[in-house]
Write a protein that binds this ligand. Structure first.
Ligand code: AP5
Length: 223
């Protein structure tokens, strides 16, 4: 099964994808995480991506597509992938479809996490990520027990370079102009479900799990 998580910066794609990966056995592939890993390794790809990410611009399609095609060609992705942050343009969506077709696969479900703009900005501005294990916190919604220290592994928490308010605003503009058209695209293909991403994290998880045919823990609370 192959799933796309679609949604604006801060909508909760990464948060949900980590849980879905554990519950579904599918592999979480996040384009932003791949770029940040490349940057940590000091590769050319990482340096190139940084020049776009720091400005809140999209990395050019051909670069992203090449990276994703390489990633999903690895054996661990054979049973299916949760795509997080990819595709972000129509060109990327078409390239993904073609690539999956080569392997007799197709996108089974697109889950659109819908969250209002003012909530998105607050979530982005408040996000903290653990340098060691990648866990995410939020200083407004669920801070770590000790300031700037990860509850899980005691790693140091940091704020992403592109999570300042100015860049976040620009990332949202880029999302509205370049990625929103995908909502119409996938609606026409009848593969999309819309989920209210403002609800409690565990409830959002359950609704998403149900949309791919897996029972959640809080099903009775969803009415
Ligand atoms: P990327 O890393 O993909 O970032 P993004 O799409 O902007 O998404 P975010 O990671 O900001 O948000 P999220 O939806 O994952 O939210 P999260 O779960 O963390 O991309 C970064 C950059 O890389 C791009 O700008 C671009 O330059 C480049 N790039 C990446 N992919 C590309 C592509 N395909 N093409 C071209 N360029 C590309 O949640 C956010 C916060 O909210 C957290 O603090 C979390 O704890 C909190 N939260 C989550 N859910 C809830 C909830 N239900 N209630 C309360 N708080 C919540």
């Amino acid at each position: 099964m192959d799933i796309i998580l679609l949604g604006a910066p801060g909508a909760g794609k990464g948060t949900q994808a980590k849980v879905l990966e554990e519950r579904s056995g599918l592999v979480h592939v996040a384009s932003g995480d791949l770029f940040r890993a490349a940057l940590r390794q000091g590769t050319e790809l990482g340096m190139l991506a940084k020049s776009y990410m720091d400005r809140g611009e999209l990395v050019p399609d051909e670069v992203v597509i090449r990276m994703i095609v390489e990633r999903i060609s690895r054996p661990d992705c054979r049973m299916g992938v949760i795509f997080d942050g990819f595709p972000r343009t129509l060109e990327q969506a078409e390239a993904l479809e073609q690539e999956l077709q080569h392997h007799d696969r197709r996108i089974d479900r697109v889950i659109y996490l819908k969250v209002p703009e003012q909530v998105l900005l607050r979530r982005i501005a408040g996000r903290q990520t653990c340098k060691t294990c990648g866990a995410t916190y939020n200083i407004y919604y669920f801070p770590s027990k000790r300031p700037d220290i990860c509850d899980l592994c005691r790693g140091k928490l940091y704020q992403r370079n592109d999570d300042n308010l100015e860049t976040a605003r620009h990332r949202l503009e880029v999302y509205f102009s370049q990625t929103m058209p995908l909502i119409e695209y996938y609606t026409q293909q009848n593969s999309m479900v819309e989920v209210d991403g403002q609800r409690e994290i565990s409830l959002v998880t359950d609704i998403m799990l149900q949309s791919i045919g897996i029972n959640g823990d809080n099903a009775e609370k969803q009415v």
